[in-house]
Design a protein around this ligand. Sequence first.
Ligand SMILES: Cc1cc2nc3c(=O)[nH]c(=O)nc-3n(C[C@H](O)[C@H](O)[C@H](O)COP(=O)(O)OP(=O)(O)OC[C@H]3O[C@@H](n4cnc5c(N)ncnc54)[C@H](O)[C@@H]3O)c2cc1C
Length: 472
Amino acid sequence: METIHTPPPSPASGVPAPFAALRNSIAGSLHEPGSNSYVALATPWNTAVATRPAAVLEAATAVDVVVGVKFAAVHNLAVAVQATGHGIASDLDGALLIHTRSLDECSLATSRDPHGSATASTGAGVTWKTVLSQCEGPGLATLCGSAPGVSVAGYTSGGGIGPMVRTFGAASDKVRSFDVVTGDGMLRHVTADSEPDLFWGLRGGKGSLGIITGMEFDLLPLPLIYAGTLFFAAADVPKVLRAWAQWCPALPHVATTSVAFMQLPPMPGVPEPLAGKFTIAVRYVYTGNPDDGARWLAPLRAAGTPLLDAVGPMPSSMIGLVHADPDDALPAAEGSALLMSFDTAAADALLAVAGPDSASPQLMVEIRQLGGALAQEPEIPSALCHREAAFGLHTVGAGAPQELPAVAAHSLRLVESMSVWAYGGTLSNFSANTGKSGFSASYTVPVLEKLTLLAQEFDPEHLFRLGQVPTR
Ligand SMILES: Cc1cc2nc3c(=O)[nH]c(=O)nc-3n(C[C@H](O)[C@H](O)[C@H](O)COP(=O)(O)OP(=O)(O)OC[C@H]3O[C@@H](n4cnc5c(N)ncnc54)[C@H](O)[C@@H]3O)c2cc1C
């Protein structure tokens, strides 16, 4: 058994925490302001969010996380966690930031049972890219999101709504177990049987109860999908968007789709027909027979003249190509909302505020069709809320710091213009940087109350109080 050395308490409040003692107590490393490594680790994907944690603990083991949490409790520091920075909490000032990138073990296991089930075990720093690369050989699929560069743990802690969500549900529905360090400094192995309430809260509760150090989840025997993106030019945008709105209600659950207005800058990696232009992208993943997939997509292919038609059979491990989200960090302003429906009147409202003639400053305005398997509560219930929303709206605008307030204001206007169709609330993974109000909007009142009670039990010092943590 490993001995855990907890540094001594501060002699008095207001005295800087003795980080040198913490550094000597961990197998990983500690990074303080003034070093390049601190800047590299504390900078999130959205570089417009300023992050100034008191120090960054780069954990090499789960025990390092225990030591960090206990140290923070003794020195009255808030604790935050970061893997890739894709969804960082809004305000890390003065917190101890625990960075998980070095918890990077990833392995797959295939059982010999009659169903041939397969699982993945991942450390908290593992991204979907790593899991996908290991899935390729055995022909397995996984419920990653649109951007495989995000961490499995961070994504799944918020539910995880990916490009096959209508067929297989949220990623959190497939979790078998977590290893987690709760706010009381305990490292726990959490399953539906061992700690049912914690297991419920960790699937959707978004880091409010503890820091996941590792997890195990099911993979799917699905080597091939019929998937990709159709791109159309600005002139086709209104008719393609209306056609998409009319097409969605009939789609079977084996199909998941989203549509996005894109204004991609000319830069390496952006195909010539799209660079510097206003286009519309129709994303599509069909998990059944490819011929049926093509038949279902035919009305959308015919809705305009595609600039690019990149839809066809592909290995499920290539699913990241469907959205082709950017990996690189950028200064961004994001917005999101959930909708009850998206009909042609909603399409017209969206076109007025964000269409080709609107002078929209957004890099991307996306509508994802939800429903299907997501709308069904899983066999083992979870804290993920708003499953019955029919569509998700998400905006991303990039620009220089002085341009971002106008981009954010436009995003708010856009969300307001959709109020007739609004469902209310957001999905927790899409409420980054919105602090406690964003966190609350991600949950129903009973779920928020239960999460708050669990936080009182498992995080008695309220260490995980920043950003997406229930208020008390
Ligand atoms: C380009 C882009 C595309 C995206 N696409 C999707 C998508 O398709 N579907 C979707 O559902 N989401 C999507 N997201 C949102 C993303 O899944 C969340 O922001 C997720 O939290 C990112 O996790 P991370 O660990 O990579 O990010 P980080 O910024 O490192 O962490 C974000 C938050 O995740 C939680 N977290 C991270 N690690 C842990 C841990 N070890 N234990 C407990 N909590 C933890 C914490 O609350 C933390 O503040 C997208 C985000 C971006 C920027």
